[in-house]
Design a protein around this ligand. Structure first.
Ligand SMILES: Cc1cc2nc3c(=O)[nH]c(=O)nc-3n(C[C@H](O)[C@H](O)[C@H](O)COP(=O)(O)O)c2cc1C
Length: 162
């Protein structure tokens, strides 16, 4: 095997999408995030999708950037996403500082508390927000799906190497 061939893939980057999906509405938005992140215009970025309750520290350490998707629950992120952070926080604290991330929150009336709750934890991790949080309320509109697509594409594009 040539040195070039054995090195193939070494410079590829990985985007981890972590989602807690309790309903078809949230699933629609997750699908749009995945589609945007996987658009052929973005080269050299592999997309890894994990349900929040199955995502591991190895998934986080092995990725170069993150998109988080959660419903709002009682003015906070979902228990699923909180459990994800409880699992990965200290194991990933030192090695993931500065990595880019984006966030989408779906709710029925008010997603501010959920957005703030994620912002506090991610600030502690030292991740860098590279796209404004996407806030979706009620039935996802085509604008919401477009915003979710853009979120995935933006964070993935951020990982492209020169
Ligand atoms: C226990 C519970 C708490 C919730 N709290 C909020 C909330 O604080 N803000 C909000 O906008 N929606 C809240 N919701 C609505 C969820 O965000 C919503 O059910 C979820 O995003 C999925 O949307 P869907 O049920 O319309 O399909 C809550 C739902 C549940 C079950």
């Amino acid at each position: 095997m040539s040195p070039e061939a054995s090195n193939a893939g070494a410079d590829r980057r990985r985007l981890l999408i972590v989602h807690h999906t309790p309903s078809p509405k949230v699933d629609t938005l997750v699908e749009a995030v995945i589609e945007g992140a996987s658009t052929p215009d973005i080269e050299g970025v592999d997309v890894n999708v994990r349900a929040a309750l199955s995502a591991s520290s190895a998934d986080v350490l092995g990725a170069h950037g993150y998109v988080l998707v959660t419903p709002a629950n009682l003015g906070y992120m979902s228990g699923g996403l909180k459990t994800f952070f409880d699992t990965i926080y200290y194991p990933c604290l030192r090695e993931t500082q500065g990595r880019p991330y984006g966030l989408l929150v779906h709710g029925n009336d008010d997603v501010d508390g959920a957005i703030n709750s994620v912002a506090k934890i991610v600030k502690g991790l030292g991740w860098q927000q590279v796209s404004q949080p996407v806030r979706c309320v009620g039935d996802p509109s085509s604008n919401d799906r477009d915003a979710a697509w853009d979120l995935g594409a933006t964070v993935a594009a951020n990982l492209m190497t020169d």
